[in-house]
Design a protein around this ligand. Structure first.
Ligand SMILES: [Mg+2]
Length: 116
C-alpha cells in the first residue's frame, strides 16, 4: 500500500519495497562505488603509480582503480541480470551522457561516434 506521499507502507510501517536480494545488490553497489571513489581520491592525491608507503608490495593506485571499477562493473552486471534495471534504458542513459558531456570537457573530446 502507498500513502499520500507515495511511500510504501506495509503493516503500518514504511518499507522500501525491496526484496532481500535487491537490497543486497544495492548494498554491494554502494560499497563498491565507495571503494572506487576512494581509489580515485588516492590517484588524485598521489598519482597512478603511487603505492602505499607502508605496504610497498601492495598494488599501485592504477591497479587498485582497475580492480575497484571491475568490482563496480560486476555488481552492475548482477543488477542487470536480475532485471532490477532496464538494460536498454541504462544503455540509453550512458549514450545520453556521452552526448551531453562533451561541451563541458576542457582537456579531451568525446569520440564523434557517440554524438549521432
Ligand atoms: Mg571492491
Amino acid at each position: 500500500m502507498q500513502n499520500a506521499n507515495n511511500a510504501n507502507i506495509e503493516n503500518g510501517r514504511f518499507s522500501n519495497g525491496l526484496s532481500d536480494a535487491q537490497a543486497e545488490r544495492l548494498a554491494l553497489l554502494s560499497e563498491e562505488m565507495g571503494e572506487a571513489v576512494q581509489a580515485v581520491g588516492k590517484i588524485l592525491r598521489h598519482g597512478y603509480a603511487s603505492v602505499h608507503p607502508d605496504a610497498p608490495e601492495a598494488r599501485n593506485n592504477r591497479v587498485r582503480l582497475i580492480h575497484e571499477l571491475g568490482d563496480v562493473l560486476a555488481v552492475i552486471q548482477l543488477i542487470k541480470d536480475a532485471g532490477d534495471l532496464d538494460v536498454g534504458e541504462l544503455e540509453l542513459a550512458k549514450l545520453d551522457k556521452l552526448r551531453r558531456i562533451g561541451r563541458y570537457l576542457h582537456h579531451q573530446s568525446v569520440s564523434s561516434c557517440w554524438l549521432t
